[in-house]
Design a protein. Sequence first.
Lengths: 522, 671
Amino acid sequence: MAFDPIKLEIFKSLFISIAEEMGVTLRRTAFSPNIKERRDYSCALFDGEGRLVAQGDHMPVHLGSMPMSVRKAIEAVTLEPGDVVALNDPYEGGTHLPDVTLVSAVHIAGRPFFYVANRAHHADIGGMSAGSMPLSTEIFQEGLRIPPIKLYERGRLNMSVMRLILANVRTPVEREGDLTAQLAANRTGERRLREMVAKYGVEEVAVYMHELHAYAERMVRARLAAIPDGDYTAEDYLDDDGIIDAPVRIRVTIRIRGDSATVDFTGSAPQTRGNVNAVYAITLSAVYYVFRAITGGDIPANAGVLAPITVIAPEGTVVNAVFPAPVAAGNVETSQRLVDVLLKALAPALPDVIPAASSGTMNNLTLGGVDPRTGAPFAYYETIAGGMGASPQGDGDSGVHTHMTNSLNTPIEALEYALPVRVRRYGLRVGSGGRGRHRGGDGIIREIEFLTDADVAILSERRRFAPYGLHGGEPGRPGENILISDGVERRLPGKVNLRVKKGDVISIRTPGGGGWGPPSER
Amino acid sequence: MVRIGVDTGGTFTDFILVRDGAFVALKVPSTPKRPEEAVLAGVSELLGEGVVEAEVVHGTTVGTNALLERKGARTALLTTEGFEDVLEIGRQNRPGLYQLTASRPKPLVPRSLRFGVRERVTASGEVLVPLDRERVRELRARLAELSVESIAICYLFAFLEPKHERETAELLAELDVPISLSHEILPEFREYERTSTTVINAYLAPLMSQYISRLEEGLALLGAARSSRRFSLRIMQSNGGSISARAATQHPVRTVLSGPAGGVVGAFTIAQHIGLPKIITFDMGGTSTDVSLVDGAIQTTHEARIAELPLGIPVIDIHTVGAGGGSIARVDEGGALRVGPESAGADPGPVCYGRGEEITVTDAHLLLGRLDPDRFLGGAMPLDRERTIEYFRAFRRRFPRPASEIEIALGILDVANANMARAIKVISIERGYDPRDFTLVAFGGAGGLHACDLAEMLSIPRVLIPPHPGLLSTLGVLLSDVLKDYSQTVMLAQEEIAPGRLEAVFARLEERARADLQAEGFSLERILLSRFVDLRYAGQAFELSLPFTREFIADFHRAHERRYGYADPTRKIELVTVRVKARGITEKLSFRPKERRATVAEPVARRPVYVREGAGPVAWETPFYWREALAPGTAITGPAIILEYSATTVIPPGWRADVDEYENVILWREG
């Protein structure tokens, strides 16, 4: 081996610390609650070919998709020094429209030696409903599509582009602030990378970017080799696509051969009319997450992780949708089901590792309207946690985000300061976790009263198909969405757009996690 | 009057007594089950006859340990109805992102002891639903039946309108258990962090109160035996100041994390005394390293954690990494050399202590010749060099690349240094400070072994090793002022900030501050009040805390630029929280300078020490000195090593050390 184990460790830590410092800058200066309080963002560094070198431990759902953004940005435009490309189009390197990615090149010796990128979930990006997570049937309804274009050219803001973006969103002042914060994050990354090159020299840095890929690959191969060879198949369903009332199948076969694996989603449903379609980047993220989790999690997130893994996702299916399918929920909902299916497939191969299903939904709630206190429009988006699946080691946690998301809640006292709503209840949904030798975690009940008329969109899952138990454990209880209007309770579908009146209450009750092992053994 | 600083540590309880400007140090083995026994034994030993007045300042780990071991009181939590689970849900995230098993800490109050009460205050501070007093009376009976030992009350927006919390406390008063109210403990928004802080306070209250009364009784007996007239006790806090024993029984949450705080106060006091007000403290122990940046004043944070739980009160901003002398080196499955965070601790300890089976940072130092095996802990603990060499040989065989043991040992130090340099970067460069403007103050057993290497890596021009680096924390405890923090979330938009409005809030906080400090015996001229405001751009979620000046808005834009690289003066700001820091100035110790003499230091030994030079390691014949023998005025050029009882300082080639008139060792990069 040519590499130095000491330098390898030092560079690993250097690259990760730069990605994390970018994240601190972004979080602390952003304006969207989604970024600042909920931390729905990711920052990453890439080599001159656009291969992921390091990514901060932010949002797992961005793992596989950030590299696609950089690749598409490089293909679409030539990045000169000082240029920053913005994009959000899921069919050109994005995931869903609210996630806006900024990509910059770091030129050294006359060529792009690194790329730095960060992605953040904006509270609104236009489209048919506030918060831009609508029940759509085509992508055009979901908001403004930004193909890879230069937001900054040679360090100068392209005002035309900025004005076009701001003219198409509901809360332009906040958007502008968030984009500035994103720019600041990339600049932080660029500055640190330049310092690194000045200290260690171009050659050594190039060698260790390459070595870190090889390192992650070795780690994953070692883990794969420990899994018995075989074909492991599982399937599970999304409740519906929000438009047509029929389950949507996701099926996977994982073929383990020595220290390699093929993950084949053939047999999954064709892409849907509603918005649960995942673009390929999302599917890749789910695979990334699962293999990183079973490998132990402390390997660097870089291009080497997926090198031993081949992913087959047939085009035109719900796991690799093609233009112009709507995709708003693919990122937040389908990604969770992809993880459920992958883990379920691996359960027989790794019986001591794989947990029962967690809540399997992010329970997305978006609100919009006009704040009567100020007369200004508002748009707000949040996700609500659920129960964690029980594992072979013990009970699942309650009221916690799992798998593809780890976003924080907005404090009630921050929410009520900022928006014309009042939170009536925020507590655990006791008894919703599946029984078992180890019990699934409980879901959450969150009730929000509206102090003005407002538009509400709910995108939620696991309202019909419960989170599965394992090894005799019982499933978690499915979720429920309730509207309380004039004292009358009405059950809402899992995916719905509605107009609420002042005084109405929306009650979201999220699913519990599945149990592990027979309840009789508790 | 006599003053005694006492700092309880895991192994030893350290004492410094000051009388007439001279000081005496003492170490007594700690008594973890009843920590007051060691404290009283030491005080008793130090006190002579005829002491009329004595003041004891104490850094205790009673609160911290109870949290870490989950051995606090049986605590109940009362919340606004519908929000009983806020404490358990937290911010609904998980610490282990890629961990498939449960990773969150269990809440300090289980669901069965969390109770909702009908009441509601709005975001504008108005009562929407009056307090359900009947429900509180019912709960009073329930809590008595459940043998609850302490109660926390945290209602939504109570920091704007506290009357429901107060009424509830009055109704529960006859239970005769400590009651912690969120608007008193932390009158700031963000309900989870406020609840967590209030619950920690309640969880510790009975324990702290018992501990302090045992101590006070013990001290009273000691005093009576010596016919002392006055004995006072103060307790160290995590904000770097102390408070009266009585205040500590009411706010025990303020004492957790006070251990590392003492070290920062001690380091800053010494550095400031010799005209170095900008320092980075570097406290490297066996399992972890604490670093903190002081830019003319000690900085606090409101985002600290203890035992993984958020602590919203001001705590000295100390960044901790899992790298210490006991950190274990290993090669992972991918072939990278990892050092820590696993530690061999004190038991089994490093390989060279004789029982450890895994190579640690300390072993690497020994192999390179940087530790004197015969003079470790003053010779009380000989280090086993043969055993260490043997284990390094075995380690080399598992190393993925041909390398000598010496190269591997240097590599272990490189990786450990990289981890620690990263910690220093987080608190300096990442916050807009340039390390070149600072002095690195190193202490802890291993601080001096790494200080110059780190200074080199970060271009820090100067290193200060204070005298008795093992007692620095005790010194900090002894020298601490009484320090109290007062705050109030106001949440004002820029156009709402009327000077009169702010003045009224400041005046109210200051009135309380003065009253509290006067009650602790400070005359008005010994009370120093300073005003701070927490600001952000309207719509952001994180605030910058700044001194309140006439130009605070302009100050904010500048601070934002410095910290985050940009500012936007056209954007509106928001004033989130108003703060008052109240300092009761205690009598200071006067350090007496010693005369500098031009003496030539005599080494106690000369040994080869390996350093990296160009392509590979080279052994330099290196003198070893006893620190006690180094008189003020002595200068030493590297390579050299300074030994003392519980610490070793490495002076690499290219560095020089000067001993100043206060017996500080100051290290400079030559040329």
